[in-house]
Design a binder for this molecule. Structure first.
Ligand code: C5P
Length: 214
């Protein structure tokens, strides 16, 4: 086994986008590549953790040496997360869709149907559910991607979602965000704030070392 600050710890990481199907050939999604979540999962494993990666459709290869569970929709993700919710650490890096169609068509919707309207409903906020059901001692880490008032909005999320840490990044920062190999983030807890900048791989190791070194 590997020695590290996460040795023997069960760590669940969610990564990538979800897909909310409208019909068999169309869906609502987002540009998440899964790079940040996969980097967090690899970092946790290299620090000794027993990792489960729950991921949507990734635009990078799924790491072969990490136990992975593939999901498509937010509902699938919620089911999978509940199954693994007894972990020591949960890192919600997935870019979960906030909306899903009220109705999923079983057949392809015809384009000549002029009045096509897609009615949406809100998806469950998975990390809020985890925050409400958090076992004693579990560390819950969320992400926040903002376009304005980064620290203020991320602090609100930290409190509302009952997370222990929020990793906040701004979509406006250069070399940061959805598809980049690098990121620039603020790690927020109730009483601390620290900035990390660099490759998603490097900052993942640095962030986990910061949180878990004794
Ligand atoms: O509120 P917002 O979606 O910006 O918060 C982002 C954080 O919440 C991320 O950690 C994301 O994985 C999580 N999230 C979730 N369920 C949702 C939406 C977001 O767990 N339905």
């Amino acid at each position: 086994s590997i020695e590290g600050p996460l040795e023997g710890q069960k760590v669940v990481v969610t990564a990538g986008p979800t897909r909310e199907h409208i019909d068999p050939v169309r869906f609502i999604s987002n540009p998440s590549s899964g790079k940040m979540g996969v980097a967090m999962a690899e970092a946790a494993q290299s620090l000794g953790a027993d990792v489960t990666l729950i991921h949507g459709p990734l635009s990078i290869p799924t790491p072969e040496d990490i136990h992975s569970v593939k999901i498509t929709s937010t509902a699938d993700l919620f089911d999978a997360v509940k199954q693994y919710a007894a972990a020591d650490v949960i890192i919600m890096a997935a870019a979960v869709s906030d909306f899903t169609p009220e109705e999923v068509h079983q057949n392809k919707v015809k384009k000549d149907k002029a009045d096509n309207e897609i009615k949406l409903k809100q998806t469950p906020d998975i990390i809020s559910w985890l925050g409400e059901h958090k076992p004693k001692g579990q560390i819950l880490i969320g992400f926040a991607m903002e376009t304005e008032n980064l620290i203020e909005n991320a602090t609100t999320k930290l409190n509302k979602k009952n997370a222990d840490f929020i990793i906040a990044n701004s979509l406006n920062d250069k070399d940061a965000g959805f598809e980049a190999d690098t990121n620039s983030v603020h790690l927020l807890s109730k009483d601390s704030e620290q900035k990390f900048q660099g490759s998603k791989k490097d900052i993942s190791i640095e962030i986990l070392n910061t949180i878990f070194r004794s």
